[in-house]
Design a protein around this ligand. Structure first.
Ligand SMILES: [Mg+2]
Length: 380
């Protein structure tokens, strides 16, 4: 199969073939990189690295309704599991993935001499999972917690949602946003005064630009095909399409699966992945939340550094790509948000967004105290 030309879009730079048009932006980040590399080098390298990953999706694989059930436990199922005495299983799981709150001191001790970089998923991590994906609002207290974290650490939101939509929910211009599972990355529109003078603007990386017309077309086809399935909701997330089945009767999940697979058979350059109560259609490029995490670390100048501690918090199967990257690097902290035992590559767990907020606030408080202590020491 021919390799597509994968371009990079920035403000004023349209998508173009990779090798010939890698832009070399100036200072886009409010956090001064500790050394060399920087965004230009990161973009150049990624231009060369993004490749077709045909056949890596779920379409055509041995999956279907059972996979949907496994990744999307319903409240009734979770309650039944508890009633059946699965408490022991949960206790064993918690030993392997202890609470990030319970192990807070251990986590901050690991950051000694390192720069923490925060990566946060949105749905189910900063906001509760709700029936209507358009109503997944985050609380004002959570927004304040994220704002406080971003004052101390570079902070990115990494979501399957369209970048514009997730920004509408979060409303914090000082953050990095990686929408569409990391296929649409943008630096802060507003520089954090604590970290930089430069105002950082612009789209940094869009490795799937050429798929936009195809995604539009598939969005329309999927909306049409699933129109007769009560509760099914199709969402255009710019570089991917989400088919939510949260409000579909479980007896009809098979129909959702068949409808989506039926459409995708005509689009071999797209693949299907499974999230929490959602089927997601994406380009077959080798790009995911893990790649987005690496791209952002590289852009911030932490590509091969040992003095960085990435902390990634997420609740979804798609967040596993990021947890795996941290495992592979032997660097950083992966935290899964889940009330129920799940197979995960995360180190730690938190039960729900309320615990995520508590963790973020404790991190801010710890940082403030550390700074105060350092100031006192310097005066002695
Ligand atoms: Mg999520």
């Amino acid at each position: 199969m021919a390799k597509p030309s994968v371009g990079v879009s920035e403000v004023g730079v349209s998508a173009a073939p990779a090798q010939s048009a890698c832009p070399c932006p100036g200072t886009l980040f409010p956090y001064p990189p500790p050394r060399g590399a920087g965004i230009a080098a990161a973009v150049r390298r990624k231009c060369l690295q993004v490749e077709l990953g045909a056949g890596t999706g779920l379409l055509g694989g041995a999956w279907g309704v059972e996979s949907m059930r496994a990744s999307s436990p319903t409240h009734a199922k979770a309650a039944a599991a508890l009633a059946a005495g699965v408490d022991d299983e949960r206790a064993a799981w918690m030993v392997r993935h202890p609470s990030a709150l319970g192990k807070f001191e251990q986590i901050v001790a690991a950051s000694e001499g390192k720069r923490i970089v925060m990566f946060l998923d949105y749905d189910g991590t900063l906001s509760p999972i709700v029936d209507d994906p358009d109503a997944a609002f985050m609380s004002e207290t959570m927004r304040m917690a994220v704002r406080s974290v971003a004052k101390h650490f570079p902070t990115a939101i990494v979501s399957g949602r369209c970048r514009d939509k997730v920004f509408e929910f979060v409303k914090l211009a000082e953050l990095y946003y990686a929408g569409s599972h990391g296929m649409d990355i943008k630096g802060p529109a507003k520089a954090s005064s604590r970290h930089a003078k430069a105002k950082a603007k612009g789209v940094l990386f869009q490795p799937a630009s050429e798929f936009l017309p195809m995604i539009e077309e598939v969005h329309e086809r999927l909306a049409e095909t699933t129109r007769c399935i009560p509760g099914a909701k199709v969402e255009n997330n710019k570089f991917c399409v989400s088919v939510h089945f949260r409000c579909v009767d479980e007896k009809m999940w098979g129909e959702v699966s068949e409808a989506v697979k039926g459409v995708l058979r005509e689009y071999p350059k797209l693949r299907l992945t499974l999230g929490r109560m959602v089927l997601e259609v994406r380009p077959t490029i080798k790009w995911d939340k893990g790649k987005a995490l690496e791209f952002l670390l590289e852009s911030l100048g932490f590509a091969d550094c040992t003095n960085v501690l990435p902390v990634y918090i997420g609740d979804d199967r798609t967040d596993e790509d990021a947890f795996k990257v941290l495992r592979r690097r032997g660097q950083g902290v992966g935290i899964l948000v889940s009330k129920h035992p799940k197979e995960t590559s995360a180190n730690y767990s938190l039960q729900e967004p309320a615990e995520v907020m508590e963790f973020l606030l404790r991190l801010v408080e710890w940082k403030r105290l550390s700074r105060s202590r350092a100031r006192l020491m310097s005066l002695q």
